[in-house]
Design a protein around this ligand. Structure first.
Ligand SMILES: C[S@@+](CC[C@H](N)C(=O)[O-])C[C@H]1O[C@@H](n2cnc3c(N)ncnc32)[C@H](O)[C@@H]1O
Length: 356
């Protein structure tokens, strides 16, 4: 394989955290990206597969390091981030295109699914209508898939930032609208119009687009279906805590996942739930009884690659279980622990990288 090419566009001192757009997505490795970079520069590899890509910050780091990157995430809304910032090498959204997306075109017959379905749940009536219009415009007026992905990226970040707790797990619009103390929560951010957030996130995303002269890809597959053959495979699956509660990303962000399936969304909703979530889909990654086997299956699939697992040592499976499993496939397993200088909270758990 050819050696990694030098990154042409960014001076070395600019880190991924500086350029990568801000996000409030749960479980993002953004805070630890510099430490991950330090660890990854110690190893030789040219191609990398990020199986649980999420916000894409780790794929983005690898892209900055000049590697050939395959980003993957099973959720379609996350995949848009991979398309926009990892696979995309040069396309950006122009100010005219942004204006077009944000315009209510009188000649267009707009659908109203969000307005009809999500009243008083997450956003105001006016905001729900805005969402129906903008989603229809992104799908109907923009035909380049990377431009669409950039627009979706900006839309999702805007939706997340306007939500209490940055999630969609409860019908709690009232927290925004109740007449409570002005100092409460992020009232100013919540009340900032969608349009302002959207424009700001498009700018951030446009600035993050770059070409590392490699053939990078973004995939939307289940972890068990991901292509084999990368030199390094990075695994950062959902976290299951000691109380056996797993982070169900599809449930936390069901509203964004629904947006990416706008036409089929009505058939995907669990109408019995107050917050109109998607019908649940069980996952081996959020279940304490199955997660170790799930790790085993994915590691076995990628046994010929170097494996790097991001892990917190107070979760399930235990660190010892994971290391034992890795040792059935790999002769050498090393553990790197996040140094204290990066630890912002007083959590007693440790952030680890298991490198096999
Ligand atoms: C802990 S997050 C990854 C965070 C990411 N490393 C970052 O820094 O943003 C786990 C991700 O796995 C994805 N995911 C969950 N189940 C999956 C599966 N079966 N196959 C692929 N991706 C999955 C979720 O959508 C979520 O984005």
């Amino acid at each position: 394989m050819s050696p990694s090419k030098q990154l042409p566009l960014f001076p070395q001192e600019i880190g991924a955290q500086t350029i990568f757009p801000s996000t409030r997505f749960q479980g993002s490795k953004r805070k630890h990206i510099e430490w991950i970079r330090e660890n990854m520069t110690r190893h030789e590899f040219d191609s990398v597969l990020d199986v649980f890509g999420g916000t894409g910050i780790v794929s983005y780091l690898f892209k900055m390091m000049g590697k050939e990157v395959t980003y993957n995430d099973m959720l379609t809304f996350n995949w848009q981030i991979g398309l926009a910032l990892i696979e995309n090498a040069e396309v950006t959204l122009s100010p005219e295109e942004v204006d077009d997306i944000l315009t209510h075109h009188n000649t267009v017959d707009y659908p109203d699914f969000i307005s009809r379905t999500f009243g008083d749940i997450y956003f105001t009536d006016e905001e729900n209508y805005w969402l129906d219009v903008v989603i229809h415009n992104i799908n109907g007026l923009i035909d380049n898939r990377y431009k669409q992905a950039l627009a979706y990226f900006a839309l999702f970040q805007a939706c997340i930032i306007k939500r209490p707790y940055n999630l969609f797990h409860r019908a709690n619009l009232y927290m925004r609208t109740a007449d409570v103390s002005r100092s409460f929560g992020n009232r100013i951010t919540w009340d900032t119009p969608f349009e302002s957030h959207f424009r700001a996130f498009v700018d951030e995303a446009n600035r993050a687009v770059f070409d590392n002269q490699r053939d990078n890809r973004a995939l939307n597959l289940d972890a068990f279906e991901t292509p084999v053959g990368a030199d390094l495979v990075y695994l950062d699956p959902p976290y299951v805590n000691a109380q056996k509660v797993g982070v169900d990303y599809r449930d936390f962000y069901h509203f964004l996942e629904g947006i990416t399936h706008y036409d089929e969304w009505p058939q995907m909703i669990d109408y019995k739930s107050k917050h109109k979530r998607l019908l649940p889909v069980p996952s081996v990654w959020t279940n304490a009884a199955t997660i170790l086997d799930a790790f085993d299956t994915v590691v076995a699939r990628h046994r010929d690659s170097m494996i790097v697992i991001s892990y917190r040592d107070d979760g399930i499976p235990s660190q010892a279980q994971l290391i034992d499993m890795l040792k059935t496939y790999k002769s050498q397993v090393v553990t790197a622990m996040l140094p204290q200088k990066y630890v912002l909270s007083k959590r007693h758990s440790h952030e680890l990288l298991l490198i096999a």
